[in-house]
Design a protein around this ligand. Structure first.
Ligand code: NAP
Length: 244
């Protein structure tokens, strides 16, 4: 029996590419959606030797409604696992109006619109599939170093939680991924503690396991649940004095 098809929105991401590789090796059809044609072609070629019955790349900016519609019309078999890995952290050093707009649009608006659309497709086609959003622990509390990114991820995390609540009785599952530090190009130039940093291979494996087990929330390690609680529980008068 053919394994469920997997669609990765933001396949240009190091995490997305790794998820694509792991699913292709496990014989799932894989659809790659990304903005960079060259990178997609490279990934498609690299995965050509895997055991997947098909790996297809689509150049698609997730903010482009029309393009996304035309990609959906081409998918056969229709995906049953949809994972949004697209995101951006650019522009945080000097959050101009344009930078803040981009951070909100790419980290929150586009992922929410695309998942809402895929949920409707699942409902109309009777697919009890899985919708996955890669958000961030940065969304748990606004911090001076990345608050516009954190604010957008907070919106996405809240969206995912609401969608999960809404779909609970439908058989469609919604999973939130809250990574800490994952060694990808997003962290280039940043020094992160080795003990708290994992590679994209481990993060992708955690996401796959979470999907198999239909988990609600997946982290990049147990320690990050503790960090999440510290972030949430510190009172504001104390939090604003920290160097976090
Ligand atoms: N790395 C970490 O430590 C970490 C921690 C917490 C959360 N996350 C989240 O994990 C996810 C994966 O990130 P990553 O670490 O793998 O970083 P990454 O390699 O920088 O991936 C981000 C990807 O998103 C794509 N993207 C941005 N805007 C897009 C759009 N409008 N349409 C389609 N694709 C778009 C980018 O494509 P282009 O290549 O075309 O720009 C880029 O490939 C992101 O959502 C990120 O916020 C990462």
């Amino acid at each position: 029996m053919m394994r469920p098809a997997v669609m990765i929105l933001g396949s240009g991401s190091d995490l997305g590419a790794e998820l694509a590789r792991q699913y292709a090796e496990r014989e799932h059809p894989v659809y790659l959606l990304g903005r960079d044609a060259e990178r997609l072609q490279h990934l498609e070629n690299a995965l050509g030797g895997c055991r997947s019955p098909q790996v297809r790349g689509y150049v698609c900016d997730l903010l482009d409604d029309e393009r996304f519609e035309s990609v959906l019309a081409d998918l056969d078999p229709f995906p049953e696992i949809v994972i949004v890995t697209a995101g951006t952290m650019t522009g945080l050093e000097a959050p101009t109006a344009e930078a803040v707009r981009e951070l909100m649009r790419i980290n929150a608006e586009a992922p929410a619109i695309r998942l809402e659309q895929m949920m409707t497709e699942f409902e109309q086609r009777g697919i009890q599939g899985v919708l996955v959003g890669v958000s961030s622990l940065a969304g748990e509390r606004g911090r001076r170093s990345n608050y516009p990114y954190g604010a957008a991820k907070a919106a996405f995390t809240t969206y995912l939680s609401g969608l999960r609540h809404r779909m609970f009785r439908s058989g469609i599952h919604v999973m939130t991924v809250l990574p800490g530090f994952v060694q990808t190009k997003m962290l280039e130039g940043m020094q992160t503690p080795a003990l708290l940093t994992i590679g994209p291979e481990e993060m992708a494996a955690r996401i796959r396991l979470g999907i198999e087990q239909r988990r609600d929330v997946v982290y990049s390690g147990a320690i990050w649940r503790l960090i999440q609680w510290v972030l949430i529980l510190l009172p504001e008068w104390l939090f604003k004095r920290t160097n976090l």
